[in-house]
Design a binder for this molecule. Structure first.
Ligand SMILES: Nc1ncnc2c1ncn2[C@@H]1O[C@H](COP(=O)(O)OP(=O)(O)O)[C@@H](O)[C@H]1O
Ligand SMILES: [Mg+2]
Length: 448
């Protein structure tokens, strides 16, 4: 479909971003994958549990895991393109899958064959009726970066601007549903034969989330509109958001201003001074707070590749494929969640509908709260003091709870904004931890 020139205006994006009604049943199942997951540590439980296992049992379990690993890897390696991506995304979400599977899948995905010149030409002809060398003054045939559903090339517009051209692998949009079904089929077959994989319900719900995310990311027209919206709303001069060249973009091609800067890995390799760590860390944290409280919309893809550290002390924020409007009032409750006071947390959870409405405070305090306390404390640690040194943040607690069924029953409605908030927030904390940044956290969570 040629959507060139039919771009969404800011007003229509606003409309699109209005609270979408998500079928409850779906996000109910999502209870197992979203914020609640992180809070309760459900992701890590499943088959392992916390009780001490005998040596013999541990060995038997390791053997079983290796077996399942082999079966799954063999099955997944037959997959191509998005199906492989689906398998990888699923394995990332289900971090209780045996490590061997996760490693193999990560490897497989970084080996996706790049599009050659002929493919690229075909995409351009389909989208614009013109080859890249007709569209641009110059176009680099080799990609300089990989995108999750495509690849990114440098080019120069006829008007002279240097741009990044993100090209989507052909056929992806059409195949998402089928590919998810394919992976679902494999997982169903394998999980039937073993008790060493997560419950089928969890796998199924993760696959639903993966599908929803892919369907959002595959739409570059929406991404262009999102980018534009953030660029217009951004009030932080040190945060740079690329200009979108709408006339050059379509559903499968996104052309943006080429932004300067390094990915975090390259930046860390240069062993930056503590002052620089603090500066960039503070910027990232302030940006999160700005999005939460001033815009009410989150950039919800915390992949480290989406932040470029600029030489001029700024950060380029890329990739608006996944953004999330927050329910009014939600960001303001975070202050209460950071108090560590069970009563305040109880009321915040209740107002937000995170716990079931008929859960009494007594039951919350003695039954549910102890389960979520370790992760709750971990997430709020940076906000207990006016300043926080992320070098001192321990790894996220990986609580194995035997009480999953109980915990899930206490959960109320799970909304998409909570799920995405959680992902962004955990992503930010882990980024700041890697940066070993010392930053001011006072005042960043607000109740107004
Ligand atoms: N405007 C841009 N300027 C500089 N680099 C870019 C730009 N757009 C994309 N890139 C590079 O391409 C990578 C993938 O692009 P991104 O938009 O994040 O794709 P995806 O949505 O698939 O993650 C980025 O991590 C970055 O290295
Ligand atoms: Mg990205």
């Amino acid at each position: 479909m040629d959507l060139c020139g039919k771009f969404l205006t800011s007003a229509s994006v606003g409309k699109l971003m209005n609270d979408k009604k998500i079928p409850t049943s779906k996000w109910q199942r999502g209870a197992i994958t979203g914020m609640t997951t992180a809070r309760i540590g459900l992701k890590h439980l499943g088959h392992l549990g916390s009780t001490a296992l005998s040596r013999e049992k541990v060995q038997k379990q390791a053997l079983h895991e290796a077996e399942i690993g082999k079966i799954l890897i063999n099955a997944f390696m037959q997959l191509r393109g998005t199906a492989l991506k689906v398998a990888q995304m699923m394995s990332m979400e289900l971090d209780m899958l045996p490590d061997a599977i996760r490693r193999e899948l990560a490897k497989a995905c970084s080996q996706v064959t790049p599009l050659n010149r002929a493919h690229i030409r075909k995409v351009f002809l389909n989208e614009f009726g013109q080859a890249p060398e007709q569209v641009f003054k110059s176009f680099e045939a080799d990609a300089f970066a990989a995108a999750s559903l495509g690849q990114v090339h440098r080019a120069v517009l006829k008007s002279g601007e240097i741009v990044a051209v993100k090209i989507q692998y052909p056929g992806i949009a059409a195949s998402i549903r089928n590919d998810v079904q394919l992976v679902r089929g494999i997982m169903k077959t394998v999980s039937k034969g073993t008790s060493y994989l997560p419950d089928w319900e969890i796998i199924d719900s993760v696959l639903n989330d993966v599908q929803a995310q892919l369907e959002q990311e595959v739409n570059y027209v929406q991404e262009a509109a999102n980018t534009d919206w953030f660029r217009q709303k951004n009030q932080m001069p040190s945060i740079h958001i690329p200009l979108v060249y709408e006339d050059y973009s379509s559903e499968k091609i996104l052309v943006t201003q080429l932004m300067p800067g390094k990915h975090i890995d390259a930046w860390l390799e240069d062993e930056p001074e503590q002052e620089a760590r603090n500066h960039y860390g503070q910027l990232l944290m302030n940006m999160f707070s700005h999005h939460l409280y001033d815009l009410g919309v989150l950039h919800a893809d915390p992949h480290p590749g989406n932040f470029l550290f600029n030489p001029e002390q700024g950060i380029s924020l890329l990739d608006f494929g996944c953004i999330q409007k927050l329910k009014p009032g939600f960001p303001q409750t975070l202050v209460k969640l950071c108090t560590r006071d069970p009563e305040k947390i109880f009321y915040a959870y209740q107002t937000q509908g995170i716990i079931r409405q008929d859960l009494s405070f007594e039951e919350f305090e003695h039954g549910f709260f102890p389960l979520i306390e370790p992760i709750q404390n971990w997430m709020s640690m940076p906000f207990q003091t006016a300043e926080f040194d992320f070098a001192l943040l321990p790894p996220m607690p990986q609580k194995h709870t035997q009480n999953m069924k109980y915990a899930v029953k206490q959960v109320g409605e799970v909304r998409q904004d909570q799920v995405f908030f959680d992902r962004s927030f955990l992503g930010l904390l882990s980024l700041l931890r890697r940066m070993k940044a010392k930053i001011v956290t006072q005042g960043l969570l607000r109740d107004n």
